[in-house]
Design a protein around this ligand. Structure first.
Ligand SMILES: [Zn+2]
Length: 419
């Protein structure tokens, strides 16, 4: 059953303080209902128990324009010891990371005396490229599995959550970074201000923090509601980020668009203000799109409702015509899409995923089983629903043989469509 309660283009004021500026009230413009944790994949032993669910309400801060969810699930529950996400399983992400490293080495003239720190360094997917060039690195990550994998490939990694406290401890031991990377982590931390303060503490005076975040513009314009999940507390605009950094003595000096992850931003943050014209361009763009005003967010829940009804109608039509449908990619966004749209075992046969740590498990809520991709050619379902649609070209490329044998792909976002 579909769980969400759309607000039908309305919003609702709640007495909950903003995660960034601390304003006392927020305006909720989308309510997805009670959702299981998107990365909380189940093992066979978990199946007799009901998995935890938490409300997923999205709000706008009228004071600083930050879009955020209201519920903060304790991090211990989000990042368990068997957290299954290993960055190095995505070719697109590795290419993106290698290019990022090459640009930073050239731009900052890094060498054996430099230090590069990555916050949420996962399995060392990015730092490995610095390490390979003889540049000292330090990874920081709270997930034991990926940290062990990073250490195994020689990447020094601290098993910890990053924040003000850890930054002070490192700084007191003389650790100071020329470059700090923080990719897709700022939105995940419960103490947003403590995290940014930590960056300010750890950064050398002439250093740069290179931070990648999904842009709220993509979420709103393309209805990418499946990128909303409990791990993802904030949905950033340049408008909302500038005051967050400024509060900690950091200047947002440059903004670059990134195609990865469905439209993200790469932010260059330094202690000295020296703004590149891209910052003003983004502020103007966001103002023109209304990303600094509540009104613009109200139509979003209607768009989300439309994607859900079109996708379920498309799949129901295919099932009626006797089609066999399976899913591809047990990504976090898949959990949200499947649970919100109520797509379960009566619609999909299974979900294939390359990550061996996910295979044999089940997607929470809908409880679809996760199988190795070899099943795709073994069983040749008529359609494959691509859940991590941001990697759709890569997935379609990997599954060329499936397509050659007549298989078809379905993407849910920006509009449900058969490719
Ligand atoms: Zn605020």
């Amino acid at each position: 059953m579909a769980a969400g309660g759309a607000l039908g283009g309305m919003s609702e004021r709640r007495q909950i303080p903003c995660r960034s500026c601390g304003a006392p009230e927020l305006d909720v413009f989308l309510s997805l209902g009670r959702m299981p944790l998107s990365d909380g994949l189940l093992s066979a032993e978990d199946l007799p128990r009901e998995e935890p669910r938490f409300p997923l309400d999205v709000a706008f801060c009228a004071k600083c324009s930050l879009v955020q969810i209201l519920e903060t699930v304790p991090p211990e529950q989000l990042f368990s010891a068997d957290y299954p996400y290993f960055s190095s399983f995505s070719d697109a992400l590795l290419t993106h990371s290698r290019d990022n490293v090459r640009e930073r080495i050239a731009e900052r003239r890094l060498d054996g005396r430099s230090l590069v720190v990555e916050l949420a360094s996962n399995d060392g997917y990015l730092l490995q490229y610095y390490h390979g060039e003889g540049i000292p690195v330090l990874g920081i990550d709270p997930a034991p599995g990926p940290v062990a994998a990073a250490r195994a490939r020689g990447i020094e990694t601290r098993l910890a959550f990053f924040g003000r406290e850890l930054a002070l401890e490192l700084s007191s031991r003389g650790v100071s970074a020329d470059v700090i990377h923080a990719n897709n982590v700022l939105a995940h931390v419960a103490d947003t201000n403590g995290f940014v303060e930590g960056i300010a503490i750890l950064l050398k005076d002439a250093g740069v923090a290179v931070i990648e975040v999904p842009h709220v513009k993509e979420l709103i314009e393309h209805g990418e509601f499946d990128t909303i999940y409990h791990e993802h507390l904030c949905y950033f605009s340049v408008t909302a980020l500038r005051p967050l950094f400024a509060r900690h003595g950091l200047a947002l000096n440059r903004v670059e668009p990134l195609a990865i992850h469905g439209g993200s931003l790469r932010l260059f943050v330094e202690k000295r203000e020296c703004a590149h014209p891209s910052v003003a361009r983004y502020l103007e763009l966001e103002h023109r799109l209304g990303l600094d005003r509540l009104d613009s967010y109200r139509g979003f829940s209607e768009k989300v409702e439309r994607i859900r009804s079109r996708l379920t109608a498309l799949l129901a039509d295919l099932k009626r015509s006797g089609a066999r449908i399976a899913g591809y990619g047990a990504a976090a966004k898949g959990t949200i899409m499947l649970n919100y749209a109520g797509i379960g075992r009566d619609t999909l046969e299974w979900v294939a995923d390359r990550n061996v740590h996910k295979q044999g498990r089940y997607i929470p809520g809908v409880r679809l089983s996760i199988v190795p991709p070899a099943r795709i050619l073994e069983e040749q379902p008529d359609h494959l629903l691509i859940l991590p649609w941001n990697f759709r070209d890569e997935i379609i490329g990997q599954q060329a043989e499936y397509r050659r044998r007549g298989g078809r792909f379905i993407v849910p976002v920006p509009e449900p469509a058969i490719l």
